[in-house]
Design a protein around this ligand. Structure first.
Ligand SMILES: Cc1cc2nc3c(=O)[nH]c(=O)nc-3n(C[C@H](O)[C@H](O)[C@H](O)COP(=O)(O)OP(=O)(O)OC[C@H]3O[C@@H](n4cnc5c(N)ncnc54)[C@H](O)[C@@H]3O)c2cc1C
Length: 304
């Protein structure tokens, strides 16, 4: 099936959202790198997500989910098949001490809604630039908090295209991993269970975490946050720093001087620059310390 036929079919499913051909993904990734999506769809409802996933399954077209693109590197050859970009599904509602957020809502916005309602538990998320869906998939966390501590239930679309409500026994959270990733499920909605707290204290904690983040991270440059997972008994940033790799540059990608765990886009970097620099870091740290650095960032798509 060619792109023209697929987009015509998808336009029959999508009435609220939008669908495009050959959309450059560098517009949507935090590293500002990456090739094009064959078919790029921003669904406007759960029904549209389900419709596209079922259509793709029937026609054996691969589907890739993109949230806010803050933890991905899309290779320069782009992504074949359909990319579902879920940011239009972004409503957030509060009932008592629960917050229900759709997958495309920014987790930062959810933490602000929690603050406004004097609900504690999501302060850790106040500087994580991802969507709710991406945060569940990654079990995002910071400064001792993580999604696993506050998630009560999730509505997902299985890879077979069926809607399923998952509870705490199903999440199988680990360090930056979850059952949503293992099962290739699309997260549609999350229900967070929070606790009534003191608004001034919640605000104070969020201010403190923001200060720590701004003073330690190179937020003035495009990046994908911490590139590597924390290896057992080590810190990735410290190993990279001790290897003397800070400011090492390949093409337009550079290891940050401010935070060695970050690779920043200093001058029109390509995804290939990022991937070559990642490989260089892994090889250097392995040679010096015999430690394998595994990427936290998800690498999607194909080479040029
Ligand atoms: C400056 C900076 C600071 C960061 N700080 C932190 C931090 O402190 N802690 C932390 O944990 N992370 C941090 N990150 C990484 C990132 O923000 C988180 O991992 C975030 O949860 C990713 O969400 P996203 O929507 O951007 O996901 P994306 O990057 O778009 O996608 C990440 C993965 O999730 C999948 N995915 C996305 N949405 C869905 C969905 N609805 N259903 C199923 N799968 C989905 C994608 O297919 C992909 O495999 C940081 C990133 C940056 C750039």
């Amino acid at each position: 099936m060619n792109q023209k036929h697929i987009i015509q079919d998808i336009e029959k499913i999508i009435t609220v959202g939008i669908a495009k051909i050959n959309e450059p993904l560098k517009t949507y990734t935090h590293t500002k790198t990456g090739g094009k999506a064959d078919i790029f769809v921003q669904p406007g409802s759960y029904e549209e997500v389900q419709g596209v996933v079922q259509y793709a399954r029937k026609n054996e077209i691969p589907v890739t989910i993109l949230g806010n693109g803050s933890n991905v590197i899309v290779r320069d050859g782009g992504i074949r098949g359909i990319v579902l970009h879920l940011v239009r599904l972004d409503t957030i509602t509060v009932t008592d001490q629960k917050i229900v957020a759709r997958c495309g809502a920014a987790i930062i916005d959810v933490s602000r809604v929690a603050l406004r309602n004097s609900l504690t538990g999501l302060e850790f998320a106040c500087g994580i630039p991802g969507t709710v869906g991406g945060a569940l998939y990654m079990n995002a966390g910071a400064y001792g908090g993580e999604v696993a501590h506050v998630l009560q239930s999730a509505l997902v679309l299985t890879s077979e295209g069926e809607l399923l409500r998952m509870g705490p026994d199903d999440f199988q959270f680990g360090y930056r991993r979850s059952a949503f990733a293992d099962q290739k499920a699309t997260v549609l909605e999350a229900t967070f269970q929070l606790i009534l707290g003191d608004q001034a204290l919640i605000q104070e904690k969020m201010n403190d975490l923001t200060f720590q983040r701004e003073s330690k991270q190179p937020l003035e440059y495009p990046s994908c946050g911490s590139v590597f997972k924390r290896p057992p008994n080590h810190f990735a940033g410290k190993l990279i720093q001790d290897s003397g790799l800070q400011k090492t540059r390949i093409g337009g990608a550079e290891i940050s001087e401010k935070h060695a765990g970050f690779i920043i886009n200093v001058d029109q970097a390509t995804a290939t620059d990022y991937l070559n620099l990642i490989k260089h870091v892994q090889q250097t740290v392995k040679a010096k310390y015999n430690v394998d650095l595994e990427t936290e960032v998800k690498i999607l798509g194909e080479d040029e």
